[in-house]
Design a protein. Structure first.
Length: 167
């Protein structure tokens, strides 16, 4: 069985042509998709421009003809006035609430220093000394308050409330 190189070459040529055609179709579809996206963005941009133009036209018409409008225009002018009134009312209430959250400003240094000083009364009280060691503050005696102090016992030389140091 002999291999016919001519047929193999034709087969690869056919595969190459089909691959090239598929790649071209894919490239064309990609270009079309990009163009579609670009046109969609342009269309949406122009629609936004149209909305802005209508809005400006409506504002201009309202400003010039709100008192002399008739029919549907008069009805729309009344609606605009009512909505504007509600917006102003809500904005006023909102501003009032915002003001309630503001903190008072700190007083100036001079106002604090030069201001009248309130009368200050200081009361000094003296605590009783510990019964055991007669110290103003005692660490150990307070816990043993109900127990008799060891200094009361005749057999001990040092009171229990004094710290003993080990030699």
């Amino acid at each position: 069985m002999a291999l016919d190189f001519g047929k193999v070459k034709e087969l690869f040529t056919a595969i190459k042509e089909k691959g090239t055609a598929a790649a071209n179709v894919a490239a064309d579809k990609t270009k079309d998709a990009a163009r579609l996206a670009k046109l969609t963005m342009e269309l949406n941009s122009e629609k936004d421009n149209l909305k802005k133009a209508y809005l400006e036209l409506g504002k201009a018409f309202y400003e010039e003809h709100r008192s002399s409008a008739e029919g549907l225009a008069a009805q729309l002018c009344e609606e605009v006035a009512a909505v504007t009134s509600r917006i102003d009312s809500i904005q006023s209430e909102l501003d009032g609430l915002k003001d309630s959250f503001k903190t008072a400003e700190a007083p100036d240094f001079e106002d604090v220093v030069d201001g009248e000083e309130p009368d200050i009364t200081v009361e000094v009280t003296e605590e009783d000394a510990c019964e055991c060691c007669e110290e103003a503050t005692c660490d150990g005696c307070e816990e043993k308050k109900d127990e008799p102090c060891c200094s009361d016992e005749e057999s001990k030389d040092e009171p229990c409330c004094e710290e003993k140091t080990e030699d």
